[in-house]
Design a protein around this ligand. Structure first.
Ligand code: ADP
Ligand code: MG
Length: 681
């Protein structure tokens, strides 16, 4: 048996079990060994039967005196009853619906029973059991608990993993010895052994620490390597044109915030290098990312290079297109729009081929579009800068694909912009290959959005308030969550809400409906109607979440707010408060659970997207923070994304090693394996 041996060759693994284990990602012995328990049940305390006290997790060792099945008439359950005795006394044991027990456990067998003594009847109810042997697996120790899938039991997994102990000992450590010594880590065999078979809590803690470090360290290594490789590529140098930049900034109707200046400067300095920029511009909704990006575009264009900007949806692409047309009206930039269904050059509709040709010839300055731009195999002459809105990564391969053959040694600079507040620890862990610019302050004079949790009994009052606001000319968003998980786009709940508001609550108002199943033409029409005030209320799923700009909207209602992450709701909230009107965000929730209420209350007070994201991370874990949009986030197996201290250590060590550049073969292998599962592009 070795690491690559398929699990199916282990004792008691048939085809069905093998395919179930595959659902857990377990196919080889190695997978099993690296499948870590998420907690332990402490049954290491072994006591005499006479000394048992109720409700204490404990193990007894005794002989079976009696064992038999009977049926309970009332509940039609099968009950197995046994009497187990040691030198000190005896105890009654019952199990439910495991009639086969009388076949495996027989009178006279010596067994371990692990569980708690029932308070009322002083008997063991459904304890874990195992015949006495030298090293018990399921009882009489710190018993590991693994995540399961349908049809796979803890006992099965433990039994399988217990067969791997010899292979664990053969695994070679990939971590450099200096690091092991420096942090007094266990070596890898020991850590792997102890995570599955700890002899004490202390012992499992040190195993956990080593394996957590490994996970973060390997991620860091692969990220730092990507970063280093990227820097080995060439990019077109974009000279900072001070006068023109200053003139542009002076022409704006506002002054830049210090934060905007700082971020712009970081970007401009990157652009001047002949190495490709790889930068993430992060800033809360309304913090003014667009002008910062505009400065980068302006400099690239005035240097004679082309710029591509991609948005996640057609609506947003069109919006950016219009914004930039306005912003750059004086500079007379040639701006094109390229989405799945729309092609425009400087405001004129054109055919796809005509546009492709223009792009290929470089007869434009900026093309704004959706990802149709990459799907359509567009080749762009003199491409200097790629900007992607709300997507954090854009691989070297994707960038190269946009570049024309004559310049294929050059990679465009890359700037990602996002309103998603990403907690620092997450940035360090998963986006460590990106340099970060954060807009930390809002333009002056913004009125804070008044946020309120609305209890069910206040719903009518809230509707009255909404009606009044609409009378004064304002508009309202209503966001609905996914109710039925099979209804991935939430069409059902949003339709119900629409009908309720349209027919019962506000029959006199004009209400629109928006969800992911509408065709993009339809979506656009709805958005257009809403922006042109043809609609008073827009009922929508979370498709509305990013970027939409309707300054006249002053109320954001979030239905089923217990179902959304805080950071996500903060982004919804950012859809209002964009004009001069006092704006409101109402959080409706069907759940009165104190925890839910507490979480929602947090949103009432907190206006800082980063803090909200940190809170989400703490309460729900990384996967939940950004909804489904960011599903590229890998779930860590054992490390925690909130463990800032360990993350920093792992990053520092990885950086040093990457700079030294001498990887052992084992380490390289470990990194390569991880890379496969991280989907960077
Ligand atoms: P976001 O970061 O959400 O993309 P935008 O770039 O769309 O924000 O900016 C939101 C609004 O704030 C826009 O109308 C923009 O013109 C305005 N704005 C940007 N920067 C400033 C500033 N420094 N002072 C005042 N208003 C600003
Ligand atoms: Mg924006």
């Amino acid at each position: 048996m070795n690491l690559q041996t398929p699990i199916s060759e282990l004792t008691r693994v048939g085809k069905t079990t093998a395919s179930r284990l595959k659902n857990l990602g377990l196919e080889t012995i190695e997978d099993l060994i690296f499948y870590f328990p998420f907690r332990y049940e402490d049954f290491s305390l072994i006591k005499n039967i006479d000394d048992l006290v109720p409700n204490e997790p404990v193990t007894v060792r005794g002989k079976i005196q009696l064992i038999a099945n009977r049926r309970s008439f009332r509940k039609r359950k099968n009950i197995t009853e046994a009497l187990v005795a040691d030198e000190s006394g005896s105890v009654k044991v019952i199990w439910f619906n495991q009639p086969y027990l009388t076949k495996t456990l027989r009178v006279g067998d010596e067994v371990y029973l692990s569980g708690k003594l029932d308070e009322d009847r002083l008997q063991f109810v459904s304890p874990d059991y195992e015949k006495v042997r030298t090293s018990p697996v399921h009882t009489a120790r710190l018993v590991p608990i693994y995540h399961l899938t349908l049809g796979v039991t803890q006992k099965q997994l433990r039994f399988l993993i217990s067969q791997t102990d010899k292979v664990i000992l053969q695994i070679e450590d990939y971590l450099p010895k200096e690091i092991i010594d420096k942090y007094k880590f266990l070596n890898l065999n020991k850590a792997l052994y102890n995570i599955h078979f700890p002899s004490s809590q202390l012992n499992s803690d040190s195993a956990r620490k080593r394996l957590q470090f490994d996970e973060l360290f390997l991620i860091q290594l692969s990220i730092q390597k990507i970063k280093k490789q990227l820097k080995e590529n060439k990019a077109l140098k974009i000279k900072f044109l001070e006068k023109q930049t200053k003139d542009f900034v002076d022409s704006l109707s506002f002054t830049l915030t210090d934060s905007q200046k700082k971020c712009s400067w970081e970007i401009i300095r990157d652009l001047e290098k002949d190495q490709p920029m790889n930068r993430l511009l992060e800033g809360d909704v309304g913090s003014g990312k667009t002008v910062v990006v505009a400065l980068a575009i302006l400099n690239a264009v005035l240097n004679g290079y082309k710029v591509v900007m991609m948005a996640p949806t057609e609506i947003l692409a069109v919006q950016h297109y219009q914004t930039f047309k306005n912003l750059f009206a004086k500079q007379k930039l040639g701006i094109s729009l390229f989405t799945g269904s729309k092609r425009e050059v400087d405001g004129e509709k054109v055919s796809k081929n005509a546009l492709l040709e223009k792009l290929g010839e470089g007869e434009f300055d900026l093309v704004v579009g959706t990802h149709a731009v990459i799907q359509d195999n567009v080749k762009i002459k003199d491409l200097g800068l790629v900007i992607v809105d709300e997507q954090h990564r854009f691989g070297v391969g994707q960038r190269k694909a946009l570049v024309q053959r004559d310049k294929k040694d050059f990679i465009p600079h890359f700037l990602s912009m996002t309103a998603t507040p990403i907690p620092r620890t997450l940035v360090l862990t998963l986006y460590g290959d990106l340099d970060l610019s954060v807009i930390t302050e809002m333009p002056a004079g913004r009125k804070p959005i008044i946020t309120k949790v609305v209890y069910e009994q206040q719903r009518m009052k809230a509707y009255e308030f909404i009606a009044e606001q609409i009378k004064t000319g304002r508009q309202v968003f209503v966001i609905c969550p996914l109710i039925d998980p099979s209804d991935k786009l939430g069409v059902k709940s949003v339709k119900q809400e629409f009908e309720k508001l349209d027919q019962e609550i506000f029959p006199d108002l004009k209400i629109g409906l928006m969800h992911g199943r509408l065709k993009s033409k339809e979506k656009e029409q709805v958005m257009l109607d809403f922006s042109n005030k043809k609609l008073d209320i827009l009922v929508s799923t979370s498709v509305i979440e990013v970027g939409i700009d309707v300054p006249n909207a002053s109320i954001m209602i979030i239905e089923g707010s217990d179902r959304f992450g805080l950071a996500q709701m903060h982004q919804f909230r950012g859809r209002v408060g964009r004009g001069e009107h006092q704006s409101y965000c109402f959080l409706f929730s069907e759940s009165n659970a104190p925890q839910t209420q507490k979480r929602l209350k947090y949103l009432e007070e907190c206006r800082d997207g980063f803090q909200l994201a940190e809170k989400d991370l703490e309460l729900r874990g990384a996967g939940e923070i950004y909804g489904t949009r960011q599903s590229g986030l890998p779930d860590l197996k054992i490390a925690s994304l909130t463990d800032a201290a360990l993350i920093q250590v792992a990053q520092a060590e990885a950086l040093e090693l990457v700079n030294q550049g001498n990887f052992s073969l084992e380490l390289q292998k470990a990194v390569d394996k991880l890379n496969l599962s991280l989907h960077f592009e």
